[in-house]
Design a protein around this ligand. Structure first.
Ligand code: NAD
Ligand code: TYD
Length: 337
């Protein structure tokens, strides 16, 4: 099988490429990535010259390149996106450009080239926010109620993907997953930011009162779920993917990281809340469990320990990402922290 992967130099995409090459040795992967601040070829350096892997630097909004790389592909796995909520609050327009227009260009090319599957990677954030005390969870039938520019752009892309199935019969699948964590995640996101700041002896910024809740999914569990969807999923369907977490607040997550690293809780710094900050995400993943026999392999604490260990072992990887332009972003986002 020939697979086009978009955004394969980012966090989840690069984990997916490693996973796929290990588990599907007969397949050929082409990775199309623009290499924005979030794209990092270092994530893929071990497989750089693998005979079944090819990299093309390019923008999914560039119709010519997209049509070129789509030729002869059987399957598309679409990860490429602007992915950070805080950046979407600062600069929303690039989120519509890449996440909506880019997806539309990919859909057109996929249709023209008659791919047998277009899998779209989306987020639980399209469903909005649950109340902190609410017991219900997001599922495939939850209404779309996005509340941040990032979530609005992903929601829009999901609608286009579904429209291409309903209108033109493009064989699509969509997955809406919760917050991923694990190796190769950019230090702008909560868990790697906490780990790397603590390793540098810096404070960890916690928005608001730290009571917001996320559903945490280890990236390798996510890759296995995508594999199940590509192999056994039904076209036209959506699958929700979540982790084995029970309402852990951001503050508890940070405290766990502090404990693993043997640091002091005095390093927690409460900072002004994110505007429109979603209170809680929780995913009901019984559909993918029942229909495709998927479940996370371990619980949050086990995966968190492994993740912290990876960042401790790969200091030069994340130090390079905490460069001047990250410093500039950091100062804008967190003032003088
Ligand atoms: P990331 O920001 O780490 O990586 C995004 C990748 O896309 C980068 O390599 C970047 O260079 C590339 N890219 C960005 N714009 C591009 C463009 N115009 N053309 C080509 N390439 C471009 O993101 P991630 O965390 O790996 O997320 C991957 C996907 O999963 C995204 O679609 C995101 O919305 C979704 N998702 C992520 C999470 C999470 O917790 N990280 C949760 C749910 C869904
Ligand atoms: P983040 O990793 O940005 O993912 P998302 O916004 O997509 O859920 O944030 C995870 C949670 O952590 C979210 O509730 C916001 C919070 N957060 C902080 O408290 N401090 C931070 O510095 C960051 C980046 C996030």
């Amino acid at each position: 099988m020939k697979i086009l992967i978009t955004g394969g130099a980012g966090f989840i995409g690069s984990n997916f490429i490693h996973y796929w090459l290990k588990n599907h040795k007969e397949d050929y992967l082409l990775n199309l990535d623009k290499l924005t601040y979030a794209g990092n070829l270092e994530n893929l350096k071990e497989i750089h010259s693998h005979a079944h892997y090819q990299f093309v630097k390019g923008d999914i909004c560039d119709s010519k390149i997209v049509h070129e790389v789509m030729k002869g592909r059987d399957v598309v796995v679409h990860f490429a996106a602007e992915s950070h909520v805080d950046r979407s609050i600062m600069t929303p327009a690039i989120f519509t450009q890449t996440n909506v227009n880019g997806t539309l260009i990919l859909l057109e090319a996929a249709l023209k080239n008659k791919v047998s599957r277009f899998h779209h990677i989306s987020t639980d954030e399209v469903f909005g926010s649950l109340g902190l005390e609410e017991k219900s969870k997001f599922s495939e039938i939850s209404p779309y109620l996005p509340r941040s520019p990032y979530a609005a752009s992903k929601a829009s892309s999901d609608h286009f993907v579904r429209a291409y199935w309903e209108t033109y019969g493009l064989p699509i699948t969509i997955s809406n997953c919760s917050n991923n964590f694990g190796p190769y995640q950019h230090p702008e996101k909560l868990i790697p930011l906490a780990i790397t700041n603590l390793l540098e002896g810096k404070k960890v910024p916690v928005y608001g009162n730290g009571r917001n809740v996320r559903d945490w999914l280890f990236v390798e569990d996510h890759c296995r779920a995508i594999d199940q969807i590509l192999t056994s999923g039904k076209t036209g369907e959506t699958y929700c993917i979540g982790g084995l977490t029970e309402d852990i607040s951001n503050l508890e997550v940070i405290k766990k990281v502090i404990k693993i690293l043997g640091k002091d809780e005095k390093l927690i710094q409460f900072v002004p809340d994110r505007p429109g900050h979603d209170l809680k995400y929780a995913i009901n993943w019984s559909k993918i469990k029942n229909e495709l026999n998927w479940k996370p392999q371990s619980d949050f604490d086990t995966w968190l320990n492994i993740t912290v260990g990876w960042y401790k072992k790969n200091i030069s990887w994340w130090k390079r990402l905490k460069n001047l332009s990250f410093e500039k972003y950091y100062r804008k986002q967190y003032n003088d922290l």
